[in-house]
Write a protein that binds this ligand. Structure first.
Ligand code: FJE
Ligand code: FE
Length: 351
């Protein structure tokens, strides 16, 4: 495939010398190595002046739902289209420069990929990838012989742990659209055995109440739980609010939380906020729940993603996310030499 060719000079510029020979262009696509000694604690997130939180008391419906400290929107970011992988269009929200320190989350991409593009053979270590399909199909294969295809509403929760090498390519005709979330693993879990949790759409827990429907990808909503095991405690809810409805969803205090809007328009946080629309990520401040209102004439669809912060140093270089630079060096060496979980990496190629 074209992307397996020589590394262009531009890509080389992003690589530490000693790793350049061992990687394809593909592994270099995340151009920055990032380091932070301590991830931002959600309770200490700086609140920009433009998003001054309300100080008024809770509304009547918050009281009914048990939310006493509704979370307010402290940051809003539009995800713009960019190209990644092999010609694949992604709208990145978490992981772009404005939204980096959202411990335990590393990346959220809304991808929209045609059959000529995709994410060919690449490694991961130290975190989890969660792929949730919205439209069309994606086929995956890994270096341990695991393979499958996921379609609309299906979920793949992959714990890369010590190492996965895989390909993720669109299947079937038409556009393949979905969300991919990267969740960090704590130091004690970074080198665990890889694991997959796959759920077909029909097996994803779904609840409907008062014009609100929710797919419970992880965690719990309206008293209904997802069967997915989250090593880094995570809640992932896909909500659709009919016109004229509202939602009051409890969220554990101290957890990092954000919303990503998929369609329609909604009011989030407090009833006097202006409406927000698709492709926006909204970061929530401290509190114990989210309120949302659909005052538009069409359905409002968004995901609410929350997680317990890990509070450890994060050193990310492309597909590897570890705690120290030395561990990143180790990951590159292991990948190149086929060791410590990357035993099959050297000879494996996707079909
Ligand atoms: C990756 C560049 C990448 N977002 N959304 C560098 F694009 C990727 C990568 C993805 C990805 C895959 C899917 Cl199916 C959906 C994505 C980025 O695979 F892992 C590195 N290292
Ligand atoms: Fe991947």
């Amino acid at each position: 495939m074209a992307w397996r060719g020589e590394l262009p000079i531009k890509a080389l510029a992003y690589m530490p010398n000693e790793h350049r020979r061992s990687l394809t262009i593909y592994q270099l696509l995340f151009k920055t190595t990032r380091t932070s000694s301590k991830r931002t604690n959600p309770t200490s997130i700086q609140i920009p002046r433009v998003f001054k939180p309300r100080t008024t008391a809770m509304s009547a419906s918050d009281a009914i739902s048990g939310i006493t400290k509704p979370r307010q929107i402290i940051k809003k970011v539009l995800s713009r289209p960019q190209i990644d992988g092999d010609g694949a269009m992604v709208r990145r929200s978490i992981g772009r420069p404005e939204l980096r320190n959202l411990d335990p989350f590393l990346l959220l991409d809304e991808f929209s990929v045609s059959s000529s593009a995709g994410f060919p053979d690449h490694p991961h270590r130290g975190f989890e990838t969660v792929t949730y399909m919205l439209e069309g199909f994606f086929a995956h294969q890994d270096f341990a012989g695991h393979a499958g295809t996921i379609g609309p509403g299906d979920l793949q929760w992959m714990t890369a742990g010590r190492g996965i090498v895989h390909s993720e390519m669109p299947a079937g005709s038409g556009v393949s659209r979905g969300l991919q979330l990267w969740i960090n693993l704590s130091s004690k879990d970074k080198m665990i055995e890889p694991k997959y949790q796959e759920l077909k759409s029909k097996d994803v827990t779904r609840v409907e109440r008062d014009g609100v429907s929710v797919n419970v990808i992880a965690g719990e909503s309206y008293g209904v739980k997802s069967p997915v095991y989250t090593r880094t405690p995570t809640m992932y809810l896909d909500f659709t609010l009919s016109p004229g409805t509202e939602l009051h969803q409890p969220i554990p205090e101290g957890w990092t939380a954000f919303i990503y809007i998929l369609g329609g328009e909604g009011v989030f946080g407090s009833p006097d906020r202006p409406q927000d629309s698709a492709h926006h990520a909204l970061v929530l401040g401290p509190g114990d729940g989210l309120s949302a209102w659909n005052r538009a004439g069409m359905p409002l669809r968004f995901v609410l993603i929350c997680g317990q912060p890990i509070n450890e140093p994060v050193v990310q270089s492309g597909p590897f996310v570890m705690n120290t630079r030395a561990e990143i060096e180790q990951a590159y060496d292991d990948y190149r030499l086929g060791r410590n979980g990357f035993e099959n990496a050297r000879q494996w190629r996707s079909q």
